[in-house]
Design a binder for this molecule. Structure first.
Ligand SMILES: *Cc1c(COP(=O)(O)O)cnc(C)c1O
Length: 390
């Protein structure tokens, strides 16, 4: 007789939710004879546009959100000498694409409650070189888009939303993706609210921007392979109109995305359920809980970021370690960009310039929250936090 294992399996910080329907859809794509960008990628774009409510929007499927952000800024003409304002509390992908184009990101601080980019900090950072603003809907909570869009209009700036966390998120009742910005980019990376393994979607209402992004997505070619395969003009003929990139999404990935998109309403309910349970169960502990969306708006709950309150028994690093010893994975979103050697040294950044982001960073951790997580697994996290902090 073997002894039952006393330690439960390690609970990861995130795990993708991929079921039989996804596996069947990918199998179908593999058997179809068309694995690169083709009918499924096109169907995924159409389904995504429909999900956002259609109405003049265009969706351009890409192989990562990073690629989509790059394409959007390129299509907007961002180049050497230009400045693009972005929050320091984000993933490096948001602003590395600014450097791809030879432009300079100008990092600014966040609001201490929402941890989203602070519109007043944007205003203070505008110079004659400023060309664009990149709001990041941190954790799945919308930025103050009314204020950001009005600053942009006032100063003639472009707005590209990094919506990697924001599917689905609403701002004043409208889904992120259909707001009045120039482009919005979603991520389907493994731990995002839907996944294609790797993938992303750039969305815009501007037909010229959409056209430029489509051309640059595939080598600057005037027709993609599926177009050539299906149209009546000779399949072998295409024209290169620009030195483009290789950013197209495969049909294998798109097949996965089509199923995940159908499941998104259920995914959202599950994330909202888990967030509500954390709210209720952690309220008495020395933790600052994440801000909710304003009444009537949707928080995507990609992340559940708590901050240790002053006077807690453990430091943030000790808490992460103690949870890990109890078989619970956590993460930190993010080490702010001003603390990474490249950004710090390139732009001579210091923590004092970003007091809210830096203070939040030192106190924060992201708790496990994913749709495939069971209530009983969440209860382990809650019990561990009570044991360690209560
Ligand atoms: C995940 C993420 C990205 C990059 O997404 P990829 O699809 O992995 O390129 C960009 N910005 C933020 C805020 C992210 O979390």
């Amino acid at each position: 007789m073997t002894m039952p294992d006393a330690t439960p399996p390690f609970l990861p910080f995130a795990r993708p939710d991929i079921g039989d329907a996804e596996i069947a859809a990918v199998t179908d794509a593999l058997r179809s004879g068309w694995v690169t960008t083709g009918p499924k990628a096109r169907a995924f774009e159409e389904a995504f546009t429909a999900y956002l409510g259609g109405d003049g929007l265009q969706s351009i499927a890409v192989n990562s959100a990073t690629a989509g952000l790059h394409l959007a800024l390129e299509a907007l003409g961002i180049g050497p000498g230009d400045e693009v304002i972005a929050p320091t509390l984000t993933f490096t992908a948001t602003v590395e694409v600014v450097r791809y184009l030879g432009a300079d990101p100008v990092l600014v601080d966040v609001d201490p409650v929402t941890l989203n980019i602070d519109p007043e900090a944007i205003r203070a950072a505008i110079t004659p070189r400023t060309k664009a603003i990149m709001p990041v809907h941190y954790g799945g909570l919308a930025c103050r888009m009314d204020a950001i869009l009005s600053i942009a209009r006032e100063h003639g700036l472009k707005v590209v939303e990094d919506a990697a966390h924001a599917l689905p998120t609403t701002w004043q009742g409208a889904l992120v993706g259909r707001l009045a910005s120039d482009a919005t980019v979603f991520s389907f990376y493994a731990n995002k609210t839907i996944t294609t393994g790797e993938g992303g979607m750039a969305v815009t209402r501007d037909p010229r921007l959409a056209e430029r992004m489509r051309v640059m997505r595939l080598h600057g070619m005037s027709r993609d392979a599926f177009d050539r395969f299906t149209s009546k003009t000779p399949a072998w003929y295409y024209e290169v109109v620009a030195p483009g990139f290789k950013y197209n999404l495969t049909d294998i990935a798109a097949a996965l995305g089509l199923v995940q998109l159908q499941r998104l309403p259920r995914f959202l309910e599950r994330r909202q359920h888990l967030a509500r349970r954390y709210h209720a169960a952690l309220a008495g502990l020395p933790l600052v809980l994440p801000a909710d969306a304003p009444a009537g708006d949707v928080h995507a709950w990609h992340l559940y970021v708590v901050r240790l309150a002053a006077g807690a028994r453990l430091s943030r690093d000790e808490l992460i370690q103690a949870l890990s010893e109890r078989g619970i994975g956590t993460s930190v979103h993010y080490v702010p960009l001003h603390r990474h050697p490249y950004w710090r040294d390139r732009y001579r950044l210091a923590p004092e310039q970003f007091p809210h982001a830096d203070t939040a960073y030192r106190a924060m951790l992201s708790l496990p929250l994913f749709t495939a997580m069971h209530d009983a697994e969440q209860d382990r996290v809650i019990a561990a936090l009570h044991a360690l902090l209560g």
